[in-house]
Structures are given as C-alpha cells and as structure tokens.
Design a protein around this ligand. Structure first.
Ligand code: NI
Length: 248
C-alpha cells in the first residue's frame, strides 16, 4: 500500500484502522564495479513495497539520498549532510504524525545511515517531549530495521557468501538488485578485493583505501536467483517484525 498511489480519502480511511507507516530509507552512492548507484535506496524501497502489500501497511515515499560523504570521491554518489538528513527524517515523520500516524517503521538499506537515523529519532522524541504537555512519553514511536539484519536472513547470507559477502558493495545486496532489475545487471570483470585496511575518514581517504569502491566483497558472485532468495527471506522476517512493532 503506497501512500503515493492513494487518494487523501483512502489515507483517511486507512487511519481508522492503522496508524503505522513504513518508511523506506536508503542511499545514492557508488557500489563497486558492478553495483548500481541506487542499490541501498531501491533495495529498501522494493522490500518496503512488498512488506506493505503483505501486511496492509502504508508505505511512505522513500528517502533515497542518505548520509554518504565517504563515497563522494566516486562519480554519481550523492549525500545529505547529517544535519540535513535529520531534518528530512523529522519532517517526513512530523508530516505524517500531523495526520494521525504514530508508528514509523524505517526499513534501511545503508549502514552509513544508522547513526544519523538514531540521532533523528532522538531529535523527534525530544521535540515531542519538550513541546508536549510535560508527560514522559513520546507521542510517536520510531523503529529502525536494516533489511539484512534478521536472524534467518543473516544465516542465508552466510550460507550463500560467507566472508566473501564483504562490508560494502556486498554480493548479497548486488544479488538483490539483480533479482529486482534484471535488465540492469552489469557484466564487469573484477579481481578479488584488496585487503580491508581499517576505517576511513572522508571520501578521499576511503577511495585511497578502497580504490574500486568495494570493501572486501566479491559482488561478481551475485546472481538474480540468490537475490530472490535473500529478498523473500528478508521480506518474511520484516513482515513479522512490522506486526510486532505496530502493536508496541
Ligand atoms: Ni549498500
């Protein structure tokens, strides 16, 4: 159930039975030699659409650009400043809260967003508490779920790729995009990844350490068939989790 494909009257009727919204959030950033720039945005978005369909939950518009300054030495990458992303998340939530939504379940596709999303939740709660009647309960609930974090999903990723999944431009996320967008599979030859040489600071430092954008991953092992299995497993686990969250 996509917000953007409803009429206002349909949203009004929805709110009579549910006040939960699914909030897809991703990133628009380089994903190594064969990964799509929009990997983190389109994976979280498509998983959110499917979860919304199966659980009859409203899915808000995707926040498609995230916090990705460390990828900015690669063409096509985009980033919001952390403060901007906090404002965007807050305004998305507050707009929908204005209409009566009070549970916001973020399905995230980008590890680099997590700290900023959590900071945004604290901003939202603080604003509600300080602006409210002085009680100690925030008037909204926000939840964060990375699409890959479920126990069964994690087990499947291990079984499919083990350590070869790597940490960025992973085989698993590239596989999911290959399942979702088979016309955009890139056939790119690549050598094994270089060593994982530790953390980075800014985009230039990242590129110096990880020249082709990957961190320890073998995305040449991605297949659309594996992507379908990962997608289906993630959707199944997130559907269960959304149900619990909506009742929290
Ligand atoms: Ni990614």
């Amino acid at each position: 159930m996509r917000l953007q494909l409803q009429t206002w009257a349909e949203v009004e009727r929805y709110l009579e039975t549910s006040t939960t919204a699914i909030m897809p959030i991703g990133s628009t950033e380089q994903h190594g030699p064969n990964g799509l720039i929009g990997t983190d945005a389109v994976t979280s978005e498509e998983i959110a659409y499917k979860v919304g369909e199966l659980t009859n939950t409203m899915v808000a518009p995707t926040i498609s650009v995230g916090m990705a300054q460390h990828h900015m030495a690669f063409k096509g990458s985009m980033t919001l400043r952390p403060a901007t992303l906090i404002s965007v998340i807050s305004d998305y939530v507050d707009s929908l809260a204005h209409h009566g939504f009070d549970h916001f379940y973020f399905i995230n596709g980008h590890g680099g967003n997590m700290a900023t999303i959590q900071a945004a939740f604290q901003e939202i709660y603080t604003a509600h508490i300080l602006g409210g009647a002085g009680n100690n309960e925030p008037s909204v609930r926000c939840g964060l779920r990375n699409w890959w974090q479920g126990q069964k999903t994690g087990k499947l990723l291990k079984e499919l790729y083990g350590d070869k999944d790597g940490r960025h431009a992973t085989a698993s996320e590239v596989a999911v995009t290959q399942h979702l967008f088979p016309d955009n599979i890139k056939d790119v030859a690549m050598a094994p990844p270089g060593p994982i040489t530790g953390p980075w600071s800014d985009g230039n430092d990242y590129r110096a350490k990880y020249p082709d954008g990957r961190i320890g991953s073998h995305p040449d092992l991605a297949t659309p068939e594996a992507g379908k299995r990962i997608f289906d497993q993630a959707v199944e686990e997130i559907c269960e989790d959304v149900g619990k969250f909506a009742e929290s």
